[in-house]
Design a protein around this ligand. Sequence first.
Ligand code: AMP
Ligand code: MG
Length: 339
Amino acid sequence: MKHICKLAVLLLMAVGCLMIPLSGCSRQGVYTTSYFDTFDTVLTVTLAAPGHETASAWSADIHDIAADLHKQFSVYEDFPETVNLKTVNDSAGKDNPITVSEDIMALLSLGRSIYEKSGGKVNIMLGAVLRQWHEAREDGDRLPNEETLKNALTSHAFMDSLVMNEALGTVYLSDPASSLDVGAIAKGYVLEKIRLYANEQGISSMLVNFGGQVMAIGRHPDGDPWTVAIRDPRDGSVLDTVAVENAVVTTSADDQRAYTVDGKAYHHIIYPETGYPSSLHRSVTVILPLSFTLESDGLSTALFLSDQDEIPEMLKEYDGASALWMNADGTVQTYHWPH
Ligand code: AMP
Ligand code: MG
């Protein structure tokens, strides 16, 4: 029963912002709040607190962290008095270094590091390619123009076009047709900031579900590890459940932001050598110790773009990592490092 209650928390979907004390189902003092207004996804915070007021304050602060980073990292929207990634993209080619926040600088450095670690598979300079997929998906019934897509891929997706001056805190894109897209890495950055906040506040038992990326701090207050459900990308059912504590569980999957053209499904994770959705796996979940929270998001995207022989190699830098992935034929494999 306890497990069913905790699973229910994870699968909870509600409308608007909710704060639900789970006293009927678990111990008193466990509160769940969901927010629907950042990063185009749901942020659900479940935490143990001494009372409703503390729980509200902590949850509100966590939401503020996500909301602030949402504004800074947006490539689609302008916000008053905010220099964000759209500002950087809009100034591409103007040879005009833009002073950006520490968060933006740190996120772009993370992007560079994941580019290197993944051998270029995760490339935050793929914006010109990803934008075409985004627009085609919004239209819903077409694919990007093949020639335009290839041109963006071969001529306007170079990491070298991202010019960063860390000492001055400035950034610009030297190629006018290039742009940034941080969709593969941004949620890990947000979770890391939430983790640091939880440390500061002494929050010892918390589960944050941010668009399918789950960060589990401590254990459930009843003393058991948290139970996290992994979705089957084929039908949305539960493929597996994992019991975790002090870990981050991150999934990249082909059923997210997917659409169908002429009976064929196209999803949002693009193989950088072809410019088309990768067909290596249906989904990849990686479970990492909390110390790797920052990199967790980029790593799951990198693993999604890696074949099964490359996955163990990639995990070697992440002691204590486990990966579970579904291949294109529906078979499921797991790997733990150290092996
Ligand atoms: P995730 O769900 O974390 O695996 O990230 C998927 C998102 O990353 C997509 O929606 C795109 O915004 C972006 N993306 C897709 N393919 C790539 C790629 N090869 N390199 C960098 N970002 C990508
Ligand atoms: Mg990712």
